[in-house]
Write a protein that binds this ligand. Structure first.
Ligand code: SAM
Length: 279
């Protein structure tokens, strides 16, 4: 089959299956199967696909049409300009989480040899980005999931940061030193089970439940994280958490003992990052 025809029928298949952005998805999967970039696709519409390429494209399209996110099919997601390996063991890194990095970097760059903990590291996207951006930083990364940490370690190796990050399998900050850190950063699970119906089906069906849902209300993990972070931070240290617009106000209310509390909005104006200083 010609590349052009394979692409046209893929767009139709994904459209019929009600997959959002069918052209983009058909392109991503064809680039993955042919191991090429977008320019190649458009430069070679007359290229004949081999039977093996056709079979692999058909399989990838079948999975995408059934709702599997393209990142779990290709095994990759870009974050802060870096390529991360993703498997169904980890949340797919989101562009919203880049707001956490943007909020932390100016403060951390002004701090000599900052000590940072990333709680709930998942793919490791936050810890590894910070390791690359802050050459002097000492970085810890925790997760309660053994298999997520395997992915995080693989990503750290891929980006040559494995010696820079201390990965620990633990509940939040349990076992990490007290009064030690300058920054605690986290994109914790923050969706409430009560909001489950409003969560995209693809997320509910395919992303790890423990990475998305915190408990009935959505604030359960954050409620435990705030006092643990207070104990682990040095006086003057910063806690930075990603939140949803639904719980942002509630989270601010949980930070009674903290100073300089700020909610940073995302590009849609929704409060996305809560920053607080340990007084
Ligand atoms: C929303 S995901 C964030 C992953 C990654 N940091 C990112 O931003 O893409 C939350 C992560 O927290 C982890 N997690 C959930 N509960 C935890 C707990 N009690 N202690 C440590 N990690 C936890 C999950 O396994 C998951 O990897």
């Amino acid at each position: 089959m010609l590349l052009r025809n394979a692409f046209t029928s893929a767009v139709q298949q994904l459209t019929d299956a009600h997959v959002g952005s069918p052209r983009l998805n058909a392109e991503i999967l064809l680039m993955f199967v042919l191991n090429c970039d977008r320019a190649y696709l458009y430069a070679h519409p007359e290229r004949e696909l081999t039977p093996d390429e056709e079979a692999r494209y058909r399989k990838a399209l079948g999975r995408r049409a059934s709702g599997v996110p393209s990142q779990y099919i290709t095994g990759h997601q870009e974050f802060w300009g870096l390529d991360f390996i993703v498997t169904p063991a980890v949340l797919i890194p989101r562009p919203e989480t880049e707001h956490l990095i943007a909020a932390l970097l100016p403060l951390a760059k002004a701090s000599p040899r900052p000590r940072i903990a990333d709680v709930g590291t998942g793919s490791g996207c936050i810890a590894i980005t910070l390791a690359k951006e802050l050459e002097e930083a000492e970085i810890y990364a925790t997760d309660i999931s053994t298999i997520a940490l395997e992915v995080a370690r693989a990503n750290a190796t891929r980006h040559e940061q494995q010696a820079r990050i201390k990965f620990q399998e633990t509940d939040l900050l349990y076992g990490l030193p007290f009064n030690y850190f300058d920054f605690i950063v986290s994109n914790p699970p923050y969706v409430g089970e009560s909001e489950e119906e409003a969560v995209q089906l693809e997320v509910r069906k395919h992303e790890p439940r423990a990475a998305v849902f915190a408990g009935p209300s959505g604030t359960e993990v954050i409620e435990r994280l705030i006092p643990e972070a207070h104990a682990a931070l040095k006086p003057g240290g910063w806690l930075m958490m990603e939140v949803s617009g639904t719980i942002a106000e509630q989270v601010e209310g949980l930070l009674r003992d903290w100073g300089e509390i700020k909610a940073i909005p995302d590009l849609q104006g929704i409060p996305r990052v809560i920053v607080a200083n340990k007084m």
